[in-house]
Design a protein around this ligand. Structure first.
Ligand SMILES: NC(=O)c1ccc[n+]([C@@H]2O[C@H](COP(=O)([O-])OP(=O)(O)OC[C@H]3O[C@@H](n4cnc5c(N)ncnc54)[C@H](O)[C@@H]3O)[C@@H](O)[C@H]2O)c1
Length: 255
């Protein structure tokens, strides 16, 4: 039986770890040819190995999303094998430090986090824009609970700002690209067990407890909890859905 993404070429940034790796695997299972883009080529290669072992098709490209020229070059190169019709902007980092801390460190956090989490989303989207318009494609941006709120995660002004920006970019592009048949949506994961928060989960049980008090499903998430919505948003199952954010957060904002 053909999968939900048969015939699609899907590019996933940050596909070498965590949520991105889970999305790559799910897309391949649904029949997409997956291009794993990551600054960490070792991680990207791990993902394509997992996909190949499961009988799927994938390739890996080393890409730093902050390098605008490299994004353009990678997109042009990938297009030689066919146009990308699904783009997932997933690459991201986080650091939690008070804005009142050492000024140089605060400024560096700001530049690094905004550079990857927000400028990076623009760089990659802009690089693939013509391919996505040509294919009437789909963009899936990874936001966060911090696209809306901040309370359970203090000391992360830059990250909160970047994820609010991702949601704003999602809505702006949905409005602008709808006429081209390009759908643009976001996913807001809750606390998902990945490398990005491994130290915080290990060293800060109070943070985990605070999040769980807001999580009706009463568990942390796994990458596959985000991969399901990502398949939905990339597939024709969501053909009339654009400009929205699907929260994959165990119900965080209901409590
Ligand atoms: N894990 C969570 O609880 C959670 C919650 C909400 C949102 N998110 C978001 O999900 C996304 C994925 O995070 P994750 O939890 O899987 O973390 P992760 O650290 O496991 O994966 C992030 C990936 O992004 C890649 N990356 C980092 N900088 C890059 C760059 N400059 N260019 C290209 N690739 C780069 C890393 O190499 C890594 O493979 C991020 O945008 C993160 O903000 C995560």
């Amino acid at each position: 039986m053909a999968g939900l993404l048969a015939g699609h070429i899907a590019a996933v940034t940050g596909g070498g770890s965590g949520i991105g790796q889970g999305i790559c695997q799910a897309y391949a299972r649904e029949g997409a040819r997956v291009v794993v883009l990551d600054v960490n080529l070792e991680g990207a290669n791990e993902t394509i190995g997992l996909i190949a072992a499961a009988g799927g098709k994938a390739s890996a490209v080393a890409l730093d999303v902050t390098d605008r020229a490299a994004c353009k070059a990678a997109a042009a190169d990938i297009a030689k094998g066919g146009n990308v019709s699904v783009l997932v902007n997933n690459a991201g980092i986080n650091r939690r430090n008070p804005i009142t801390g050492d000024p140089a460190a605060v400024a560096k956090d700001w530049d690094d986090i905004l550079g990857i989490n927000l400028d990076g989303v623009f760089n990659v989207t802009h690089a693939f824009l013509e391919q996505l318009r040509a294919t009437r494609g789909r963009i899936v941006n990874i936001g966060s609970i911090q696209s809306f709120v901040h309370a359970s995660w203090p000391n992360s002004a830059a990250y909160t700002t970047s994820k609010h920006g991702v949601l704003g970019f999602t809505r702006a592009l949905a409005a602008e690209l709808g006429k081209d048949g390009v759908r643009v949506n976001a996913i807001g994961p809750g606390l998902i067990e990945t490398r990005i928060n491994a130290a915080a989960r290990a060293n800060n049980p109070d943070m985990v407890a605070a999040v769980m008090r807001h999580t009706p499903l009463n568990r942390t998430g796994k990458p596959e909890d985000v991969a399901g919505p990502a398949v939905f948003l990339a597939s024709d199952m969501s053909s009339y859905v654009t400009g929205c954010i699907i929260m994959a957060d165990g119900g965080f904002r209901t409590l």
